[in-house]
Design a protein. Sequence first.
Length: 94
Amino acid sequence: MDKLNIEKIKEIKRKKEQLLTKTYEYILGCCCKRIHEFGIAGRPECFYIVPCFIPGQSLYSVSGCCKYIIDNLRSKDLQEVNYYEPNIIHIKIF
């Protein structure tokens, strides 16, 4: 029987967290692109529907992803960002 390797377990957990963050960043980028397109068109608000899954990306929690996106958008001075379960984000641009 092999010895329990805590460091290996921690490394696997760290890699999973990195993949999750990479997936969240990808979805955030898609959301920002949509905000940009609506802003250029002069539309004051938009909705973004967070996909339930993306082929080629790691699995993720939709509600966790929505929270990540909302926190990031609010940190960029978009204060009126609302979440409607299960996966819709409403963003007021200006």
